[in-house]
Design a protein around this ligand. Sequence first.
Ligand SMILES: Nc1ncnc2c1ncn2[C@@H]1O[C@H](COP(=O)(O)OP(=O)(O)OP(=O)(O)O)[C@@H](O)[C@H]1O
Ligand SMILES: [Mg+2]
Length: 509
Amino acid sequence: MENAVTFNSISKYFASTHVQANQDVSFSIKKGEIHAICGENGAGKSTLMNILFGIEKPDTGTIEVNGEICEFHAPFDAIAKGIGMVHQHFKVVNSFSVTKNILLGIEKGPWGFTNAKKEREFVQQLSEKYSLPIDPDQIVGTLPVGLLQRVEILKMLAREVSILILDEPTAVLTPQEVKPFLQTLRTLAKNGQTILFISHKLQEVLDVADRVTVMKKGSVVGTKSTEDTTIKELATMMVGREVVFTVDKEPAVPKATVLEVKELSVINPLGVKVLKNVTFQVKAGEIYGLAGVSGNGQEALVSALCGLEKASEGSILLEGEDITRSDVLERKNLGLAHVPEDRINVGLNLQTTVKENVLMGFQRNKRFKKRLFLDQEICESHARNIIEQYAVAGASVNGEVGKLSGGNMQKIVLGRELTSEPKLLIVNQPTRGLDVGSIEFVHKMLIQQRDAGVAIIVVSVELEEILSLSDRVGVLCAGILQGELTGDQIDEKNIGLLMVGGTLDETNE
Ligand SMILES: Nc1ncnc2c1ncn2[C@@H]1O[C@H](COP(=O)(O)OP(=O)(O)OP(=O)(O)O)[C@@H](O)[C@H]1O
Ligand SMILES: [Mg+2]
């Protein structure tokens, strides 16, 4: 089979971070195949894709597209050669319709659109041709993430690309959305598209890809046919040692109640009650898993607990103290730590240094002070410890956080919050975007915190993660705490039942 893309000895060094992001990368992608790229956080996957899409220039090496050596100076050049890329962070215009977003910039393209009707028809046909159903008239700002992604893919297909780069497309999808999405990829490949698919989820890679290339520290470790490899082998290739996928933990020894939530309700800005009379407790030394299909009140609950959203009714007590009306900082000072779901917009300040980011919110903490002032030496060694302990690739104490790879940004937030000696730790999607080795490490850290007596709430759409970490599980459905599970009750079947609004008694009957 002919090759769609060939990388010939691509190297890329970032002087600002002193990182060799790509080192002598050579491999080929066949026409019409789904080719996955895996590797640890910071391995250089996104950089390589940015080079292929004309966003970054390689220091040395060449790229062949359909057998022809190409030099790209901007994405425009790459698109002209039939290459499209969907980034992890979407670039849509919220106030425009689906049609307008898809045709943005190519309105007077080779199809010679003359009016809105023709544009609409074109988008409709495109959507049908590729089996990617959308409503051409809908305003994009109102669409859920899964559909936004579809718009982004159609935007590329409208430009008649034949090679699609998808950088961690499934990281933003719920488990329910992943299956149909992978099906879509297969349909696209069957229709002649060549797909480069980046993912940390190795099962997905085996399910959907024809071949997979593993990268490590900027270099290619090897390319395998997915038929001839296993999750275990891929993980070992990525991390350089065997990865343990099960979480090793002793039964919890819960102590005093740390968090007490009583009859808590939240009304969102649109006037809808998104959390309804939720009551539960979390004790020191236990992990309380919060499960549910996303959009069923998890976000409201976490926001209310952290002080980001007001409770309309009910109360929140932290170690007996009523914090229902306290602001974010007051709660933080009382020992509440929070790893937010949206690390880019909520968790970090990308333009500042690692040191500043790991101090964010804790500047008043006595640990970092000598008399009245922040002690630079203590602050720097704190930052250095987090970088070392969490193996934050490409990071330095005074380096910019925005230059880190996606997964490594997540590690900075986790490091900051987990080392803050919290009483209550709320982690929302703690391992989203992390590589398998880092997931293993973060899970270990959470268990370690639990055993040191921290009360922990884990919110995750990954059922596996809830199952392997939780000592108790609460399931939210339509804003109601549908049920709680302990011990042997905690399994996929019971959680699934509560997630769709069922009750436990039905299973026992
Ligand atoms: N614009 C940049 N300037 C400086 N350094 C950068 C830049 N972009 C990436 N890097 C560095 O290059 C390395 C590779 O980053 P890249 O984003 O390619 O990793 P990745 O494999 O996509 O990781 P992840 O799985 O976390 O997304 C990282 O150490 C990162 O800090
Ligand atoms: Mg990346």
